[in-house]
Design a protein. Structure first.
Length: 338
């Protein structure tokens, strides 16, 4: 039985490797990789391939994805002090100026990268475990079924066009500095679910037909759009959430988070983990099951530093120098899967 299992796994690996390739991109001087630019890698790749974007001190620039690909970076907040545990030995990010998921990228996944801007222009795309400054939705065409999860979004998620639709959007377990803002001329053209996120800062939400569930709002303002959304089991620092349906208002930053109101002694994202006694603990409800509110709650919690879903080398120990004639050396490598 054991031998049969080994043969079966080998056969599966052979079939998978024949169907899709893994490409390495590294723009560092002297790097030994398949490509030094993302544009060359995307041109060479076929739909279903994976592109590993390696750590570099050089920005990878502006990229357009026009086919179904998996793009995987190295995480973020790698240089934070104190650091998150077991991230990367190489502390450089895989950074971009902007990434556009254009027509043809349907079904793609992007994770572990840092980008000033992400433009989402096709359906069934998954954006996960990234640091993003601003994300723009369907600004040139209709999209449906996109998923935004496990990201640290420094700014906001925006839909700015009056002509196109975003339907069935799933936004869950993110830490978001701003808001989800659908401009007033098209609020009827968007709908979705916003579940288990932590919203920071002063957020002016402009949405319609959205379900907000198990979120934490440090500050929120839905204005005239509040009646057009559904609010279930959210926690808010201010009193701008509607009463009932398990919503809690009047929490404080000091009572909510491990890092309190200042975050002193914690990394940029670890500070928002819930502290013992937090009013958000067990305050959420998902499919009839009690869960914590915020990005670290629920069945798919936020991952510190956006570590990608692959083994990461977080420590290497080796001699600094090797004497001539040395017959053997000891190298220790520590790796973790996230």
């Amino acid at each position: 039985m054991k031998k049969l299992l080994t043969l079966t796994l080998s056969a599966l690996f052979f079939l998978n490797s024949a169907e899709a390739k893994i490409w390495r991109v590294n723009n560092s001087v002297g790097a030994n990789a398949d490509f030094s630019t993302m544009s060359a890698a995307i041109t060479a790749a076929t739909p279903g391939d994976t592109i590993h974007v390696e750590s570099s001190s050089i920005d990878y620039g502006t990229v357009t994805v026009n086919k179904k690909l998996v793009i995987r970076g190295t995480g973020y907040f790698l240089n934070d002090m104190p650091p998150n545990p077991k991230t990367q030995h190489n502390k450089n990010n895989a950074s971009f100026n902007n990434i556009t998921l254009a027509a043809g990228s349907k079904g793609s996944t992007v994770d572990g990268i840092s980008s000033n801007y992400v433009y989402l222009r096709d359906s069934l795309v998954t954006i996960q475990r990234n640091w993003i400054n601003y994300m723009y939705l369907s600004d040139t065409r209709d999209v449906a079924g996109d998923t935004i999860r496990h990201n640290f979004i420094n700014g906001s998620i925006l839909l700015t066009s009056g002509s196109y639709k975003t339907r069935g959007l799933f936004v869950y377990n993110n830490i978001i500095g701003g808001q989800i803002n659908i401009t007033s001329s098209i609020v009827a053209n968007a709908d979705g679910y916003v579940i288990n996120n932590t919203f920071l800062g002063n957020s002016n939400f402009v949405t319609n037909n959205f379900v907000y569930q198990n979120n934490i709002f440090n500050s929120s303002n839905f204005g005239i759009y509040q009646p057009a959304n559904t609010f279930l089991n959210n926690v808010s620092v201010d009193a701008n959430l509607p009463p009932g349906n398990g919503n809690i208002t009047g929490a404080t930053l000091a009572s909510l988070y491990e890092g309190g109101s200042t975050g002193a002694g914690y990394s940029s994202d670890a500070r928002y983990q819930l502290k013992p006694g937090s009013p958000a603990l067990g305050a959420g409800l998902l499919n009839g099951v009690t869960v914590d509110c915020g990005a670290f709650g629920g069945p798919a919690p936020y991952v510190l530093s956006g570590m990608p879903q692959m083994p990461s080398i977080y420590d290497i120990s080796m001699p600094a120098t090797i004497s001539s004639g040395t017959s053997a050396i000891t190298i220790s490598v520590s790796a973790a899967a996230h």
